[in-house]
Design a protein around this ligand. Structure first.
Ligand code: NAD
Length: 290
């Protein structure tokens, strides 16, 4: 397939490289970084879409996505599908999909989970919103870049699934870290705490697969000085998107709001910036109730 790929950062570059390795013809654009090997560099975002059957974007946020959409939609080839894989607000996802459809193109929002490791290994999970025909066109590319693609519903559903998942993850990680810090103060051994909780009703992905306590459970960023992994900064971004969506939809999300406030404090006022999101455990360890 002929593919345009816009945004070749930490995630976009390995995703584009996997498409090239699978035999696809990829033209890329990013103003700040060089193209991975095998990707043809275009001079502008619009030029990267030239003749492409699918145009993929992997950008930092909704504002930048809207700007790129304004540049590329007028330049896209007839019959092409616009597939945005960035994590952005639901409103921006719906707006660019409407804009692409109004110009006669297919459109998908297809944010991912799996991080840079998943992007490199081609094992991402795609959460996809949009029409059936566009999903069918892009499905073979999701198979190359990932291990699973769930078609969640109409435009915006992919972003909705992503931020709901990450709201659960953020709140669950916080309470898992709180519980370890409480266990410490009650004199409960961390390994015993893991042995009980990981096989009891408090179990979760945060406890069982990504345990925030060093030396306990499977290998995780806690065993590597809390180097990300999934950075607390990115968790904060996703929690903010969840609360923006909750506000717009009039949904009551008190724990999501509290998780956002705690990650904001951790990243912006404490030492959380650039650390893994599970570094909430050493944060709680040092604190008392006051
Ligand atoms: P990144 O900052 O490494 O990459 C974004 C790229 O977009 C940069 O190279 C930047 O130069 C480029 N860019 C900015 N403005 C542009 C423009 N106008 N035209 C073309 N390119 C432009 O970020 P990333 O880690 O690759 O993340 C990309 C998206 O994926 C984000 O929305 C992020 O939330 C999401 N995501 C990231 C992870 C992760 O672990 N890094 C995991 C899941 C989802």
């Amino acid at each position: 397939m002929k593919i345009g790929f816009i945004g070749l950062g930490n995630m976009g570059a390995p995703m584009a490289a996997n498409l090239v390795a699978a035999g696809h013809q990829v033209t890329g654009f990013d103003p700040a970084v060089s193209c991975p090997e095998g990707v043809t560099r275009a001079a502008t975002a619009a030029a990267a879409t030239d003749g492409a059957e699918v145009v993929i974007t992997m950008l930092p946020n909704g504002k930048i996505l809207r700007g790129v959409a304004d540049q590329i939609i007028p330049a896209m080839a007839a019959g092409a599908v616009f597939c945005d894989c960035s994590t952005v607000d639901v409103e921006s996802a719906r707006a660019v999909a409407d804009q692409a459809r109004a110009a006669g193109f297919g459109a998908l929002d297809a944010p991912v989970s799996g991080g840079v490791g998943g992007a490199t290994a081609g094992t991402l999970t795609f959460m996809v919103g949009g029409d059936d025909a566009s999903f069918a066109t892009v499905a073979p590319l999701f198979e190359v870049m990932g291990q699973k693609a769930v078609h969640c519903g109409p435009s915006g559903s992919g972003q909705a699934a992503k931020i709901c998942n990450n709201m659960i993850l953020g709140a669950t990680m916080i309470v898992t870290c709180e519980a370890f810090a409480l266990a410490d103060k009650l004199g409960l051994d961390r390994q015993k705490m893991f042995d009980v909780v990981s096989t009891s009703s408090g179990y979760s992905w945060s406890m069982n697969a990504y345990c925030p306590a060093p030396g306990v459970g499977p290998q995780s960023p806690a065993d590597n000085g809390y180097k990300p992994g999934f950075a607390a900064d990115l968790m904060l971004k996703d929690l903010r998107l969840s609360q923006q969506a909750a506000e717009a939809a009039d949904a009551d999300t008190p724990l999501g709001a509290m998780a956002m406030a705690l990650y904001a404090q951790f990243v912006e006022q404490e030492d959380g910036a650039g650390r893994d999101f599970s570094a909430m455990l050493p944060r709680f360890e040092k604190r008392g109730r006051g």
